[in-house]
Design a protein around this ligand. Sequence first.
Ligand SMILES: Nc1ncnc2c1ncn2[C@@H]1O[C@H](COP(=O)(O)OP(=O)(O)OP(=O)(O)O)[C@@H](O)[C@H]1O
Ligand code: SF4
Ligand SMILES: [Mg+2]
Length: 312
Amino acid sequence: MKLDVSGLSVRFRVPGAEVRAVTEATFQVRPGRCLALVGESGCGKSVLAHALLGLLPGNATVTGRALLSPGPGSGETEAVDLLAVPPAVLARRVRGRMVGLIPQSPATHLTPVRTARAQLAEAVRELGSSRTAGELAERFGLRPADLDRYPHELSGGMAQRVANAIALAGDPGLLLADEPTTGLDRPLVERAMDVLRELCDEGRAVLLITHDLRAAERVADDIAVMYAGRLVEIGPAEQVMERPRHPYAAGLVDAQPDRAFVPVPGLPPELTDLPGGCAFAPRCSRVADACRTVPAMEDGVACWRAGHVARA
Ligand SMILES: Nc1ncnc2c1ncn2[C@@H]1O[C@H](COP(=O)(O)OP(=O)(O)OP(=O)(O)O)[C@@H](O)[C@H]1O
Ligand code: SF4
Ligand SMILES: [Mg+2]
């Protein structure tokens, strides 16, 4: 499955204002490749993922295109614009079957009053999976006894595996993983990333949303950096981590504990009150007159002064 997103914008109507949650996002996710979408809390990552799945509330307006093209041998023939198909089609044909969601907090995503086995079996039944619940559980390293537990009896790592098994029940070609490692300790984060990599290496396209750059670096082929609803840098993971060109991307990398460990100074703007030009300008040490106009994305970076980035 291949995803081509172009010009995706999301606006929320709230009393007396408009939240510009995502603006003109353009990116691709290819089969067998993992794109990590990174950025500070509130920059629009989850809204973007929910827009792709048709899961936004009624006060949202979504524009743009998100073309999902099936790969050979998938049984599907037509490309689907996720932003244009009716909700019933998204529910019947797309969610779980073409696009799987690995949720942010697996333990709370699972229904508390039913065992892991019952929930996995239901997903298998509803999605007409070619694999049994037992086979899926085994695939993710769950023992039969684990499946008989209720969600509150599962450790964070086990709940994660159950959520992965459910997300994979319909064998979707595109996986969206929104902060799949929240609350896990480092070894479990690494295990979860390695599983995601395996799923990707089997030919699936993976969009990983995270604020954990170390996790992103472990699994991603490409990294997209988001700031105040816009993608500001996108490129091969190694390049973005080692030679970031956007001042904000450089700041995020330098903020990592294993790097300079210097936080990006200041706070992001309110999405109801974005500055007129480059939204990063109030925090940027490189700001110049040109930055009064929003920079276009060119060669994977949206900054008038890309290449002049000073590192901490
Ligand atoms: N239904 C809604 N109505 C109004 N604003 C919303 C709604 N849902 C989200 N937002 C706003 O959209 C912005 C982006 O939120 P989003 O959840 O995508 O952030 P995020 O990047 O996923 O953050 P985090 O890393 O904390 O998960 C936030 O300012 C949020 O308050
Ligand atoms: S466009 Fe200007 S303000 Fe924005 S990141 Fe680049 S140098 Fe900084
Ligand atoms: Mg989020």
